[in-house]
Structure formats: structure tokens, C-alpha cells
Design a protein around this ligand. Structure first.
Ligand code: NDP
Length: 445
């Protein structure tokens, strides 16, 4: 790592000692930026990295709510507004028991570069709560969302900060959050994306991250003389990203043989039936273990890690951070995997990603490959601003063009800075340069 980057990294660890996820995300970016920092010493003079690794604002709040039995609960709420150099803060809300400040900071930091790569005018932020929506009634979810918004509403705005969904925050939660905002702020503005089509949402937003991941991967595969046709694919998770990654990969001729949730995974040699998964996960909100009751040839295994023991050509981790470690990377590589395309944020540990690359396995990093969701969110903002509505085909074409462009930017930056084929470095560098340029234009603010 370049000396300046190393000093910034050491300071960041010293000042935020327990934030291990944030350290990991920062280390990966700072390491990749070394050749850029060597070339442009002016960034050090302007303390650019110090400013980039400190959120502009971090809001921590309590979320008290009463459930349907009258019991009172209190959860933690977070919104980290990381960087607004190129546009309003933008990034999802995650509701999951594992959410803490470190997780929100890692996600918000990644979001800066991801959003920059889309080419659209959006800064980086992230938020959420340690609230667990799993198993809760609609009434409880609504009560929680309303309390969450009761505080959040004063910090967001269509030109300030525009959250969206993430793990545990889908269409239902966005509806409750938006409905309550509208009520208390007395305005119907685009302050959240991922909204329902009837109240300002964009077509393709639901599919965007999964489809975008596969469009990005397809573009990479073309450069390697490969495609999805006839290939075996493993997709982890069975949420929003996983479902639509499966759908698009299947449309392109692949067979998805395994999917998971946080309890375990299912293996179906003939190909996972996506209609069954959608019914179980999207409509009934049940566990993936239900799948084997409907497909007798399929096998369910409790525990998530074993999904990476399954032989496949391409792995699409679409569940959560650090779901592939070095051991799992070795197993996947030994089984002949050719490409790992990250649908989840930071699903590979640094060691896993390094191992894959050392063995010639392509790693398509999350901040580039899963940018489709936020890209269509920005398209939703554009449509709202102009009071227009694009058809599915129009929005899908824009998404595909954006993903192809992101791949080309990451590929070109990797080549220009001496690491061809290292899309992690390429994405970090390309995302950083635009933000750095804007920050340098502003002076010290
Ligand atoms: P969902 O909540 O829709 O689905 C998450 C899936 O991952 C579920 O199957 C869930 O299982 C599983 N999962 C969650 N936590 C864990 C865990 N600790 N261990 C194992 N499995 C787990 O979320 P999304 O599909 O929206 O998000 C998935 C990933 O994609 C996240 O990393 C998110 O940040 C990233 N992402 C999402 C975007 C979007 O547009 N939605 C945009 C860009 C990135 P269970 O049901 O059991 O909890």
C-alpha cells in the first residue's frame, strides 16, 4: 500500500477500533488506489483520503415501537451520509439483527464508488436498523417503519438524501416508510426509491440488481470468449438480488443448481425452479427448506457454507458480506469455477478474492457488478423529477447500457493503472477519480 494510504488506514483503524467490516472495505479501496496516489500527490496535500474515509454525517437514533400485543420495543436506527461530492446521498436501508455502525459505514463507503461508477449524479450513504423483520406481522412491520421514519424524515430529502431498500427492506417496507413520510412531511416527493409503480416507482427497479449483475457478467464473459449458455451456476441467497440474478442467468441459457437462505441451501440438479422460489420467498415469506416438499428430486442441507462445495462454472454470491472465505474459495476453484460475480456487497473476504485472482478466476466486484439497483433508483429519481414514466423495455435497456459502461470503465482503469484483469482495482480507481475530482473542485469544505 502507498505510504499515504497506509497512514490513513492505520489512523482509521486506531480511531474506529471495533469497526472490522469498515476496516475491510477501506483497506480494499486504499490498497487499490496506491498507483493513483503515487501519480497525483496533490490528493495528499488536500487530505483527500482523510476526508473521504470520514462520513460527512452519521446519525444514530432510537426506534421505539409497540407490537400488536402491546409490548414496547426499542431498536437502533442509523443513517450514515458518507459523501455527497457528486450528488445527494444515496444508498439503501438494511433491517437485520447484524446491523451496527461498522456494517452501515462499510456499506456507505462502498456506495460512494458504486454510485460514481453508474455515471449518474448520486453520492454515497447507507442506513438501517438491527430490527429483524423475519416472522413479524404486517402490523408490527408497519409500526416499526413508522417509528423509524418519524426520526429519519428530518434528515432526508429529494436533493439531500434518498434511501432505498436492502436486506430486509423490500416493497412492503418501502410502502410503509413512504406512506408515513408523505403523511408527516405533507409532500409526495422522491425521497425514497424502490417505490411501488402506483406511487412513483420505476419499472425494472425490482429486477435491477440481479439483472444488472448478469448483464455485467455477460459483458465480462464476452471478453473471455465465454457465455452463460449451458453453464452450471450457484446463486446464494433467495432474496431480491438472488431471484432476479437467477431469472436473467436462466434466460441467457444457464442452469442455476443451488440457492440458499440464512438457514440452509437447496440443490436441484435439474435446475432450481424459480416459480417455486418466488412463491415460497416473495409470496409466503417461508424458509427455502419448503422447496424440497414441492420438488422431490431436490436436496436441502441445513447451514449455508456448504453451498460453495457444489461444482459450478460461475458463482453468484447474492446473500451477504463475507459469505465466501479463503477455504471456500479454494474449494470453488478446485471444482473449476471460472467467474465469481458479486451480487451481495463484499461477499468475498479479501483473502478469498486474492486467492481467486491468483488462480485466474475472474472476480467481478460488488461495487461495479451490483450497481444496477442504485442505477435504476437514480432513473426513478429522474423520472419523478420530470413526471415521466419509462416502459419496462426502455428502463431495461438503460440498465443494460449502464452495466456495460461500468464494466468498460473498470476494465479500462485496471489496464491504465497496470493491473489488467483486476476488476476490483479497476472499479475502485474509476469510481474514486470522479469523486476526487469533484472534491478537489470544492476546496476544503
Ligand atoms: P433480501 O433481504 O431480499 O435477501 C437477502 C437474502 O440473503 C435472503 O435469502 C437471506 O436469507 C440471505 N441472508 C441474509 N443475511 C444472511 C446471512 N447472514 N447469512 C446467510 N444468508 C443471509 O436482500 P437483497 O437481496 O436485497 O440483498 C442481498 C445482498 O445484495 C446484500 O448484500 C445487499 O446489500 C446487496 N445489494 C442489494 C441491492 C438491492 O437492490 N436489493 C442493491 C445492491 C446490493 P433469510 O431470508 O434467511 O434472511
Amino acid at each position: 500500500m502507498n505510504d499515504y494510504a497506509k497512514r490513513v488506514y492505520d489512523y482509521l483503524v486506531e480511531k474506529n477500533p471495533k469497526e472490522v467490516e469498515f476496516h475491510q472495505a477501506a483497506r480494499e479501496v486504499l490498497e487499490s488506489l496506491s498507483p493513483v496516489l503515487d501519480k497525483y500527490p496533490q490528493y495528499e496535500k488536500a487530505a483527500l483520503l482523510e476526508r473521504l474515509t470520514e462520513p460527512e454525517r452519521a446519525i444514530l437514533f432510537s426506534v421505539p415501537w409497540t407490537d400488536s400485543t402491546g409490548k414496547v420495543h426499542v431498536n437502533k436506527g442509523y443513517r450514515v451520509q458518507f459523501n455527497s461530492a457528486i450528488g445527494p446521498f444515496k444508498g439503501g436501508l438494511r433491517f437485520h439483527p447484524s446491523v451496527n455502525l461498522s456494517v452501515v459505514k462499510f456499506l456507505g463507503f462502498e456506495q460512494i464508488f458504486k454510485n460514481s461508477l453508474t455515471g449518474l449524479p448520486i453520492g454515497g450513504g447507507k442506513g438501517g436498523s438491527d430490527f429483524d423483520p423475519k416472522g413479524k406481522t404486517d402490523f408490527d412491520i408497519m409500526a416499526f417503519c413508522q417509528s423509524f421514519m418519524r426520526e429519519l424524515y428530518r434528515h432526508i430529502g429529494k436533493d439531500t438524501d434518498v434511501p432505498a431498500g436492502d436486506i430486509g427492506v423490500g416493497g412492503r417496507e418501502i410502502g410503509y416508510l413512504f406512506g408515513y413520510y408523505k403523511k408527516i412531511a405533507n409532500e409526495h416527493a422522491c425521497i425514497l426509491t424502490g417505490r411501488g409503480i402506483s406511487y412513483g416507482g420505476s419499472l425494472v427497479r425490482t429486477e435491477a440488481t440481479g439483472y444488472g449483475l448478469v448483464y455485467f457478467a455477460e459483458e465480462y464473459l464476452k471478453t473471455a470468449g465465454l457465455s452463460f449458455k449451458g453453464k452450471r451456476v450457484v446463486v446464494s441467497g433467495s432474496g431480491n438480488v438472488a431471484v432476479y440474478a437467477h431469472e436473467k442467468a436462466t434466460q441467457l441459457g444457464a442452469t442455476v443448481v443451488a440457492m440458499s437462505d440464512s438457514d440452509g441451501y437447496v440443490y436441484d440438479e435439474k435446475g432450481i425452479d424459480l416459480d417455486i422460489i418466488k412463491k415460497i420467498k416473495e409470496q409466503k415469506r417461508e424458509r427455502i427448506s419448503e422447496y424440497v416438499k414441492l420438488r422431490k428430486n431436490a436436496v436441502y442441507t441445513a447451514g449455508c457454507a456448504g453451498i460453495w462445495d457444489i461444482k459450478c462454472d460461475y458463482a453468484l454470491p447474492c446473500a451477504t458480506q463475507n459469505e465466501i472465505n479463503a477455504e471456500q474459495a479454494k474449494k470453488l476453484t478446485a471444482n473449476g469455477v471460472k467467474m465469481v460475480a458479486e451480487g451481495a456487497n463484499m461477499p468475498c473476504t479479501i483473502e478469498a478474492a486474492e486467492y481467486f485472482m491468483s488462480k485466474g478466476v475472474a472476480v467481478l466486484p460488488a461495487k461495479a457488478a451490483n450497481a444496477g439497483g442504485v442505477a435504476v433508483s437514480a432513473l426513478e429519481m429522474a423520472q419523478s423529477g420530470q413526471r415521466i414514466f419509462w416502459s419496462f423495455e426502455e428502463a431495461d435497456k438503460k440498465l443494460k447500457d449502464i452495466m456495460i459502461n461500468i464494466f468498460r470503465k473498470a476494465d479500462a482503469a485496471a489496464k491504465e493503472y497496470g493491473t489488467p484483469g483486476n476488476y476490483i482495482a479497476g472499479a475502485n480507481i474509476a469510481g474514486f477519480l470522479k469523486v476526487a475530482d469533484a472534491m478537489m473542485s470544492f476546496g476544503i469544505v
